[in-house]
Design a protein around this ligand. Sequence first.
Ligand code: GAP
Length: 442
Amino acid sequence: MEDIVSLCKRRGFVFQASEIYGGLAGFWDYGPLGVEIVNRIKAEWWKAMVSENDNIYGVDGAIIQNPKLWEASGHVAGFTDPLVDCKNCGARHRADHLAGTDSTDLAELKVLLKDKVCPTCGKKSLTEPRTYNMMMKTWVGPIEDDSSVAYLRPETAGSIFTNYENVRETMRAKLPFGVAQIGKAFRNEISPRDFIFRVRELEQMEMQYFIHPENQDQAYEEWREFAWKFLTERLGIDKQNLQWHEHAENERAHYAAAAHDIYFNFPQGFKELWGTHNRTDYDLSNHQRVSGKDLQYFDDATRERFLPYVIESSVGVGRMFLAVMTDAYHEEDINGDKRVVLKLKPELAPYRVAVSPLLKNKPELAQKAQEVYNILKNKFGNVVWDDNGNIGKRYRRQDEIGTPYCVVIDFDTLEDDTVTIRNRDTTKQERIKITDLEAKLC
Ligand code: GAP
């Protein structure tokens, strides 16, 4: 993890939020190279989820909604984590993490934590576990009292449920159909940790798939398969780094009747990356009850009226970014020298290619290199100019940030319009014509 955190900072992928003021636990900023990868991940997910499916519609809901939404959804009462306080030093810890279990059952945790000491001060002075609500509160309007309290959304799914009927009607959608959204969510995590793995401001990519209840098993399997394929085929993540984890009953969120996570082999071990949940009609029935609006679906063909079930696909953008970086990070020994290389899928890399003149101080080389750079920049956009240090250093620098190819313009280029193109993964170099570069890089 240290190597990845250090690379992310050093090369402009991720910075601590408000670092010059000492940062703020659980908040991170993406830098110039990080935001490129994040944007590509989101674009790929949107393409696979929305653009390539006829029956999935996108929305972009507000972060702050009417607080009744979160009462109806059960988050005000049930969006909790188990917590213990230290009576000696005042530290607070996630009870399930301290107990080393996935269970959030308070009675079970009490037994498991009986002999534990506080990890901060080492004293045996922990309170009994209790639940702690993770929603972040704010006030809407100029009066800060109970009547103006609102919540920063803890999941993006909320406004998908409240827009279910709007989307169905305006899109003339028939079951099964899905509604997808990418956006920020906020959780007052007790112990944010492991770099960007557990944060307080996160971004989610979520999709709720509305179905006839009798199709729940089939749809659940389909969306589990979608997640697996997206990670392995669209992002190129190694299958060895992925495994399934089925939630036990005492582990599931309050809305889920079934849940399967894909765990990724993060630097701190296999941990949750992507969840598929069967939310049944839990959300729609609660929103129908609290809002008083009829949210039933009427099937013209069968003349049946019922509340759809929902299969949810939910993944965090930051966790996906960390998985992509971890999967791509390699250290290699080249003739006794350590080479750090990010073997990113070329489509995810911040830059598709780096262009260099062999020697910076030869105007004829720099001019020719600039011409090649302009051609590639017009075609691909994400092309970087690099004339700093010697060629070996430039290669190492580009390897570290995952640039799949480096193109070098030398004296032969001036004679025959060929360049050297060097492959990040194999480190092999070949000589090709400038006119063949675009095709080679596609
Ligand atoms: N709508 C369902 C839902 O929010 P979740 O399992 O709580 O389910 C879904 O979260 C995904 O969001 C997780 O699988 C994870 O990728 C990401 N996520 C959740 N909490 C997070 C946190 N504190 N920091 C970073 N990512 C988080």
